[in-house]
Write a protein that binds this ligand. Structure first.
Ligand SMILES: [Zn+2]
Length: 306
């Protein structure tokens, strides 16, 4: 766990997103939850050691930001953008988020198996938002202000949490700091606009969805990665490359790597997914044509190096 400011805590070294919380004069506000069950239980205990959790805000619908909500039942009111709430743990053509959460356990949280719910039990109450908003909203807790800004691009319901008193903002995966960017459900043009909006905030610290805490200078790096992907695939389309040719030849594994902690085995999958998704968008093709299932970490071929 790291202190960003005396009241802002985050953890950037877990498999999954960077769960965070802010301590106010009237309790704690949590932002995202650990994907791994044991880490979620521990993180809740740590946050509650600073006071009762008043609100839990999620920044996006991807499993690594929301699955741990299940272990935060009864810990404050969950707040979700409508675009997030509608997609909360909904299986898609490429990934079943429930299976994906489960697949992480053998390698990263074997003890979590004992508290991993059955599918039916999980979906009865995954602890989605009970405050569901569109646009932006502001929540006041104690002496702190939480401006929830709709910053779509990485996902449709993407939310940035700006806490002016701490001169900090939590961006979710609008920022991948020092690691590969996942473009799967993204609109790159919206995403670049989201970076521009975050640039207008008067903050010292940006807590990304993945990787180390950064300053606003990193917005330019993220922008360069997004535009690098988009222009490379646009060039491929202009040359008349097929989807398969584009996926085979457009690759930023060496330039924009590594993958965030615990998901190293996804490196090539991210390349094919990013290139394929952009090709679909730029050619107006239906999404996900012929994409492979992601590699399963339980397959010995994907075993981590010791
Ligand atoms: Zn994430």
């Amino acid at each position: 766990m790291e202190n960003v400011t005396p009241n802002v805590f985050t953890h950037t070294r877990l498999r999954g997103s960077n769960p965070s919380f802010v301590v106010t004069s009237d309790g704690v506000v949590a932002i995202d939850t650990p994907q791994l069950p044991s880490r979620a239980v521990e993180w809740r205990r740590t946050a509650e050691s600073h006071g009762p959790i008043r609100y839990l805000i999620n920044t996006e619908h991807h499993v690594d930001h929301i699955f741990g909500n299940y272990y935060f039942k009864g810990a404050g009111t969950v707040v979700n953008h409508l675009g997030l709430w509608e997609r909360f743990m909904v299986p898609g053509p490429e990934i079943d988020p429930f299976d994906y959460a489960h697949e992480a356990l053998p390698a990263d949280d074997p003890a979590g198996e004992a508290i991993f719910p059955a599918r039916d039990e999980y979906y009865r109450d995954p602890n989605k938002g009970s405050i569901v908003f569109t646009g932006d909203i502001t929540i006041r807790v104690g002496d702190h202000t939480f401006n929830l800004l709709h910053t779509p691009g990485h996902t449709p319901g993407q939310t940035t949490v700006h806490v002016p008193e701490e001169r900090a903002a939590f961006t979710g995966d609008t920022l991948f700091s020092g690691c590969q960017t996942w473009l799967m459900t993204s609109d790159v043009d919206q995403w670049v606009a989201a970076l521009d909006r975050i640039r207008t905030l008067d903050v010292d610290w940006l807590v990304p969805g993945h990787g180390p805490v950064v300053t606003k200078g990193y917005l330019d790096v993220q922008r360069a990665h997004l535009l690098g992907w988009k222009s490379a695939v646009a060039d491929a389309v202009a040359k008349g490359w097929s989807r398969a040719e584009t996926v085979a030849r457009v690759n930023f594994a060496d330039e924009f790597g590594p993958v965030d902690i615990g998901q190293e085995y996804m490196l090539e999958y991210i390349q094919t997914w990013n290139a394929g998704a952009l090709w679909d968008k730029l050619t107006g093709s239906p999404p996900g044509g012929g994409m492979p299932r992601p590699p399963d970490p339980r397959d010995p071929a994907n075993a981590k190096a010791a």
